[in-house]
Design a protein around this ligand. Sequence first.
Ligand code: NDP
Length: 451
Amino acid sequence: MTQFDYDLFVIGAGSGGVRAARVSAGMGATVAIAEESRYGGTCVIRGCVPKKLMVYASAYSEMFEDARGYGWTVAEPSFDWAAMKTARDTEINRLEGIYRKMLGNSGVTMIDSRARLVDGHTVELADGKRVTAKTILIATGGRPALPSFEGVGHTIVSDDIFDIERQPDSILCVGGGYISLEFACVFHGLGTKVTVSNRSTLLRGYDGDVRAHLIEALEHKGIDIRLGVTPVKIEEKDGRKLVNFDDGSTVSVDTVLAATGRKPNTDGLGLEDAGIAMGRGGAIEVDEYSRTNVPSVYAIGDVTDRVQLTPVAIREGMAFAETVFNDNPTSPDHELIATAVFTQPEIGIIGLTEEDARKDHDVAIYRSTFRAMIHTLPDRQEKTLMKIIVDKASDRVLGVHIVGHHAGEMIQCAAIAVKMGATKADFDRTMAVHPTSAEELVTMREPVAEG
Ligand code: NDP
């Protein structure tokens, strides 16, 4: 019988890889994990977590303004980018330490090195050393995909934001997805002048009411939104960037963020040598158990380009461990995934958009737009949107869409009901929690549209 160095070798210590390594080790497997950068991956080091800390930092500007409406006297606030950066980086270092500690405590061998596949049971480390394993798991995540136009080298990507030493006075965020819009709101809240551009609309594929509501809210804040345009050239002059769009318009800013999607991190991984099948954009092709065409090699998370979200990668990692090391074949469930976009106002969604629901269902649409109580005394005009999409035949709730304060927190709870198959009648017989914004979810009685 062949002797391998390990039962499992994981390439990539992001959310998915770390979870798979720890759970597999807990099931008795001998496990090694290789990471060329920092433990925690995109989410912890250069994504969700430091981004959310910056969202919190940026929200204070409106809170200082609003505090006056509640009787507070607030001195002219000022923001210290360096202080925020130091505090944020300290927290990220602490979290990385926790990731390492948890792996160590689980008995996982940590290898601080790049690793590439040689064959279905062998990886090669950066120093040329080869390690063998019965099973190899690829969890190398994704990385920003840059568009191609003249002067694109003058742009930064989301990874770079966390290294910026000086707050930009103005920024153009190119792209209409999560990353562009979340950072547009962060920078606006911190006092940077923000322009957003996208070749189509914002958040394409989202419910039309959600998109319209968000665009109006961002424009009301003073964010310059340019839709239907794409940069064709960026020139650098005296430290500023002159961005030329395809409709002849321009904008001059000191920083340009390109947030035009992410691609699977598969370059130079040796996948071709090992015969691993890849699909569109270099994504590793896997079956419902995250297994590649080479039976001893599995892949989870963004590198497979199924759903690019941290909790999904974690679930895929756990399902992998269950399947391979607990003799319990388990497919990750990709149905009805709730997500939040941490724009300001925040967005929380679960299930179908009205547009998609109408393709296959006779629907009833419930919608409410209102000013949240917190905004009344400061006289902030921001509105909350809540929308429920119901299948008329079964009364089942097909989708819930929220834009407003704490939408991310609310949608997590609504998601449990929707995942359980709740009907509109179930929502209606649930007593309201008063006074909250969330109570609107259970008090919308009359549909605004049907059919
Ligand atoms: P998205 O795919 O969400 O958005 C990409 C945007 O860039 C779209 O608006 C798209 O326009 C535009 N675009 C794509 N290609 C080009 C191009 N060649 N030239 C010009 N514009 C282009 O990607 P993000 O980078 O914002 O985020 C990547 C992923 O990360 C998300 O899908 C999400 O899953 C994850 N993420 C999740 C977060 C969360 O859960 N809160 C936060 C941040 C990221 P069009 O719409 O016209 O195609």
